[in-house]
Design a protein around this ligand. Structure first.
Ligand code: ZDR
Length: 277
């Protein structure tokens, strides 16, 4: 099986072009093996690029633990780059079908290759039952939660996949690995959740680290950066246009007045290879 290793600011995935071949085994069992950084190719998960009846291509994402997720912001930019650069569809904008519907992606192309992509990520989902989070109300904004010794306020946003955003004065070194998995698997979240820790630098700039559902700490999370922008507007800490600094680089996020969130960032192809069937 041919694969392509790609990343969006260090959030790296193994991509398989399913237009041209089929998988040697079920993605749920392939994802943990191929994502392993010592015994496999190495990555935060496995992403399949498939034909679609509704768009130029369809994406499916599997976390490193084999669970399937609805959406991946850094991954969908890479899918757009693959689809354009490998001439599956050389359109601009492109449409990609994901677990949260068909998204529109605007490409910045240089020397016939995609460099950066702006994705219309759609409207955030705030109703607790649809995030999902087991609390009541219109939206969960700065809800008090204590995990271990840490008193936090959580804001819950779905960008198709669930996010729990936590603003902190400083992201201490052990915070992500210590608190992240506890929040990911907290009984409040029936589908588990991705967890973002955020330090506000100004109303238009934040630093964030992420604990991803099913993959652990990663260098970046595109849907998470979008959720952080939305959460910061809801709790009054941020303007609608922010730069998010992640361990692997920066993303620009804007929650437009029409309700749609736009994410801009790079997509990079690193290498291709053969996975023995
Ligand atoms: C796939 C994911 N771990 C989940 O389970 O929802 C979220 C990953 C999001 C991804 N890193 C992104 O949006 O860039």
């Amino acid at each position: 099986m041919r694969f392509t290793k790609m990343h969006g600011i260090g959030n790296d995935y193994v991509f398989v072009d399913c237009f041209r071949q089929s998988l040697p085994e079920a993605p749920e069992t392939l994802a943990p093996k191929i994502s392993d950084r010592h015994f496999g190719v190495g990555g935060d998960g496995l992403i399949l690029i498939l034909p679609s009846n509704a768009a130029d291509a369809r994406m499916r994402i599997f976390n490193a633990d084999g669970s399937e997720a609805e959406m991946c912001g850094n991954g969908v930019r890479c899918v757009a780059k693959y689809v354009y650069d490998h001439a599956i569809a050389q359109k601009n904008p492109l449409s990609i079908e994901t677990g949260r519907g068909v998204l529109t992606l605007y490409l910045e192309v240089k020397d016939n290759a995609v460099r950066t992509v702006t994705v219309d990520m759609g409207e955030p989902i705030l109703e607790p039952a649809r995030v999902p989070v087991q609390l009541s109300g219109q939206a969960i904004v700065d809800y008090p939660l204590t995990v271990e010794d840490l008193k936090m306020e959580i804001t819950c946003v779905s960008m198709g996949n669930p996010h729990c955003v936590i603003f902190v004065p400083r992201i201490e070194a052990d915070l992500v690995a210590r608190i992240g998995p506890r929040v990911e698997k907290h009984p409040l979240f029936p589908n588990r959740t991705n967890v973002e820790f955020v330090e506000v630098l100004s109303r238009s700039e934040v630093r964030m680290r992420v604990w991803e559902r099913g993959s652990g700490e990663t260098l970046a999370c595109g849907t998470g950066a979008c959720a952080v922008c939305v959460a910061g507007v809801l709790n009054g800490r941020l303007d609608r246009k922010v730069t998010v600094h992640l361990l692997g680089g920066d993303l620009d996020i804007e929650w437009k007045d029409d309700g749609h969130v736009f994410m801009t960032g790079p997509a990079v192809e690193v290498f291709t290879g053969d996975w023995p069937a």
